[in-house]
Design a protein. Structure first.
Length: 131
């Protein structure tokens, strides 16, 4: 089963409503993507029902790499590729005591930070790809 969740609807509608109240705008899908960057809270809600052994990967420049490391830095959550994929169990243990989980998720590769917008879940292989 392949599930693709490109947007976070509640967050999206809140942002669009705020914009619509102050501006008369014609908003298309790509303009919405500029505002809908994934937060740590969004990720935790999306993976809530997944098996604890689900492994996470990062899609970077059309390459799928194991997500190996997580750091919190300057009000953002940085994800780094590694050799071994992080599991849901390990992720939950890492963020269990973090307060203020509404921080944005970004992939850090070659000193460049790339925002994340979605999650692809593959239940048959127990993997999830952040993109």
């Amino acid at each position: 089963i392949l599930i693709l969740i490109p947007l976070f609807l509640k967050h999206a509608f809140d942002i669009i409503n705020k914009i619509a109240r102050t501006h008369v705008l014609k908003i298309n899908y790509y303009q919405c993507l500029l505002y809908l960057k994934m937060r740590l809270t969004d990720l935790l809600q999306l993976i809530n029902d997944l098996n604890t052994n689900t492994k996470f990967y990062l899609k970077i420049n059309e390459q799928i790499l194991p997500w190996g490391k997580l750091t919190i830095e300057n009000d953002k959550c940085l994800l780094y590729p590694g050799k071994i994929a992080m599991t849901k169990n390990k992720l939950i243990k890492l963020v269990a005591h973090i307060h203020g989980r509404g921080i944005p998720l970004r992939v850090k590769v070659n000193e460049q930070e790339i925002p994340l917008f979605g999650l692809q879940i593959r239940e048959d292989s127990r993997t999830a790809v952040l993109m």
